[in-house]
Design a binder for this molecule. Sequence first.
Ligand SMILES: [Mg+2]
Length: 285
Amino acid sequence: MSKNNTEKLDRRKLLSSMLIGGLTLPVISSSDESQALDDSNKNSLLWAVAWQETAAEYGALCHQAFNLARLRVDQALSNKAPQSKPLAVITDMDNTLIGASSYWGYLINNGMDFFDDAIWDQWLPENNITAIPGSKDFLNYCHANNVEVFYVTNRNQGEETYQYALDQLHYLEFPYADTDHLTVYRDSSNKTPIKEAIDSTHDLVVMLGDNLNDYKRDYYVDGIDLRYQLMERDKKEFGDKFILLPNPTDGHWVRAIFGDSEPLPTESNRNILKAAATRRAWTRR
Ligand SMILES: [Mg+2]
């Protein structure tokens, strides 16, 4: 995850400056904030991170995704005409191939319950990462069958962004870890241009991501219901043209709730999160 340079602010400093400046938004009191930060056992991230960190079901979903991706590769290989363009797979990196549970665990241990961009930028170069279950075998299978893998990510850690991303591919010993196969967007989460470029030179087999926006820019919209409608529109394409990995902690589904992919850790945003979780809650008579 990354943001434009102009958006890359230390959120806690921003919050402090807004409070000192007497602005009324976001609605928060310092006592409420410290109470929330101290009370880490009630951290709203706990269920999501515990599931991602421990559930065999999480690992099985990842394997299911890569098994299906391999099936699509096998189908493309068997249908490939002798003179056709080379086959290609396009994949996102974060939470698709690269696990970040150590980052989320750090946030929880430090009383934080929302994504923190400044800490993400410090955490990322340390390569405290893991390969998502099934990812490496799938990528190596592509390589063994001359199916080119193109990595496309949206990150911004300053001038070193590209090198950090390339280093992570090397660290995890993924194939095609070179500048011909890695695209990093620092200032936009719109991956459409590189997808179109690859599609013009290769036969695109399948795309992988943990975010529907990795598939189509259409999903970069405000509103939970509209995003859901778009998903239903494309329902026959999932598992075929696009294969989705599970991610319960971050992504544009967060933006659909808050209007921001990286919402501030305020009481008003905690209330918005609760309202999202309970929007169809049973009202007991
Ligand atoms: Mg991702």
